[in-house]
Design a protein around this ligand. Sequence first.
Ligand SMILES: Cc1cc2nc3c(=O)[nH]c(=O)nc-3n(C[C@H](O)[C@H](O)[C@H](O)COP(=O)(O)OP(=O)(O)OC[C@H]3O[C@@H](n4cnc5c(N)ncnc54)[C@H](O)[C@@H]3O)c2cc1C
Length: 387
Amino acid sequence: MKITQEVESNEVQLLRKSVQEFCKKEVADYYQQWERDGLVPRELWNKLGEQGFLLMEVPEKYGGLGTTYQYSAVIMEEFYRLGFNSIGANISVHGLITAQYILNYGTERQKEYYLPRMATGELVGAVAMTEPNAGSDLQGIKALARYDETRNEYVISGSKTFITNGQHCDFVVVVAKTDQNVKPSRGTTLFIVDVPAAGFERGRNLEKLGLHSCDTSELFFDEVRVGEDAILGKKNEGFRILMSELPRERLTIAVSAIASMEGVLDSTIQYTKERELFGTTLDHFQNTRFVIADLYAKMEVHRAFVNECIKLLTENKLDTVKASMAKLTCSELQGQVIDECLQLYGGYGYMMEYPVARAFVDARVQRIYGGTSEIMKKIISNELFSK
Ligand SMILES: Cc1cc2nc3c(=O)[nH]c(=O)nc-3n(C[C@H](O)[C@H](O)[C@H](O)COP(=O)(O)OP(=O)(O)OC[C@H]3O[C@@H](n4cnc5c(N)ncnc54)[C@H](O)[C@@H]3O)c2cc1C
């Protein structure tokens, strides 16, 4: 139940419906088990590809559907609204982030090879920036890509951690230093590394608080050799490329936060209508209604800002500060909304078989990945105080 119903084209409504039907048929009955397994089955990627859900925005000539960001946002919204957050996170990294790096900065050969295979789910992509000692402070990365003149190859060594799609991925966009004599922001390069490869090792599938079936891993590179054609974009311009795509990543987290809140609020309203106590149902208490009204109002106000950001992104005008504001406020509100909804479930809210419990644990990371809330505040305040 939406209070502000956006006027959506038939095409967008059809896409929503097809994601809903897909989830009903291919996900709902199995999701709990995948969450226990810590991984979705590989075939799910192919099924998502068959439906065209993986690379919406990539032009048709590279196997995508050639849509705007709005369509990718719809895919995110439906997976998160229905509570299949791990799959949303898997798709987001693969189709909304990794594919965009390749589309916007790849050579023709890279685009022709990777994108169509990513669209079908034959290849799964990941992005490896974070290292054990470099997360928020990405300039602290140690991974090194040494140039071997004798063979015209780069030799990559280093460790990455917390990498989404780390178990399933068939290639990784690796951030590594290529010039140690300058600041990392000017001496870092992105490489597309096909895996498995000699010297590459996947760490274990990390056990997380939430997003259990979204695989997250350490990745180890010990003298992994790649040709010059593995460079994504220009040498030493890795940071500029990463920065250019961050607004999209942060907006996507904001989009997923709104959708998750909406799903949880709607199911909480339903629950309170059914829960009997003190000779009535929970929805009859003024506290219940006021809590829900307050949270719903806040969500809708945030949705309006996110919709504005989606429009800006589509016009190529979304800046880092606005995207950071959306990410900060929506992920923080998501935490509050789901916590207060869980309270209305009483003890049942603490049981993992209730979707609100899963939504609660899944929500926590939204304030951490894609740049923590503190880093968002740093970006926003730097802009405000620079004038
Ligand atoms: C589930 C999950 C999936 C992820 N997926 C990926 C992925 O696919 N690829 C990838 O590269 N990375 C990924 N990450 C990594 C993620 O982006 C980092 O965890 C995040 O950027 C924070 O870095 P950190 O964990 O090193 O924390 P730290 O940087 O060590 O931060 C610790 C604390 O210090 C605070 N802090 C840091 N700097 C400042 C400052 N200047 N001022 C005030 N406070 C500060 C932080 O806000 C935080 O509270 C993922 C992480 C998780 C948990």
